[in-house]
Design a protein around this ligand. Structure first.
Ligand code: NAG
Ligand code: NAG
Ligand code: NAG
Ligand code: NAG
Length: 148
């Protein structure tokens, strides 16, 4: 290989590395990142990049393959919601995390899930206030915003 080709190859590799590094987080990565911060999440043990995200326990997708619902009620989850928010989950309409051992403050960025219409957080150990939705998305009111 001559020098010119070697240089071309090196710059291609650098380009590829940069684009991989700056690739935005996907829905699966976002969910796995949150799971990795939980203290207990046995029911989510089959969440894996080896399986299609839409087949994961508690995950519902739309026809386009975007995650729209998380039904994780009574799933034995122990931990917080601090790392749940991700711009990757831009089609999430339903988030049911009731009856788990989730605790600490509900992070304000949960209200940045602009497509969310149902947020069910009852029967866990959350503390603090429910973050209000900020303008400009006030019309999308949570239908079942309850927690205890
Ligand atoms: C969401 O809020 C929590 C708690 O304030 C914070 O720890 C977390 O980094 C925030 N996530 C994003 C993506 O900003
Ligand atoms: C998912 O969200 C994106 C960004 O908001 C939007 O463009 C797309 O239409 C949504 N997909 C569906 C099936 O609603
Ligand atoms: C959650 O996990 C922590 C650390 O393992 C443990 O101390 C705590 O008792 C657990 N909470 C519940 C409600 O099981
Ligand atoms: C909340 O925490 C208390 C004690 O810290 C515990 O007795 C109770 O079972 C917890 N409730 C839930 C729903 O995890």
């Amino acid at each position: 290989m001559d020098l010119q080709h070697k240089l071309l190859l090196v710059s291609l590799c650098l380009l590829l590395r940069t684009s991989l590094a700056s690739r935005p987080e996907g829905e699966a990565e976002a969910l796995l990142r949150w799971r990795s911060t939980l203290l207990s999440s046995t029911s989510l043990s089959l969440w894996s990049l080896a399986n299609p995200t839409c087949s994961w326990f508690g995950v519902t997708c739309d026809a386009a393959g975007h995650v729209t619902k998380l039904h994780l009620s009574n799933a034995g989850l122990n931990g917080t919601l601090h790392t749940l928010y991700s711009t990757a989950l831009q089609n999430l309409t339903w988030l049911d995390l009731s009856s788990n051992d989730l605790f600490d403050a509900i992070p304000a960025n949960i209200s940045m899930f602009l497509t969310l219409s149902v947020l069910e957080l009852s029967t866990s150990n959350f503390s603090g206030a429910i973050p209000g939705k900020q303008p400009p998305d006030q019309p999308r009111i949570c239908q079942a915003l309850t927690y205890s």
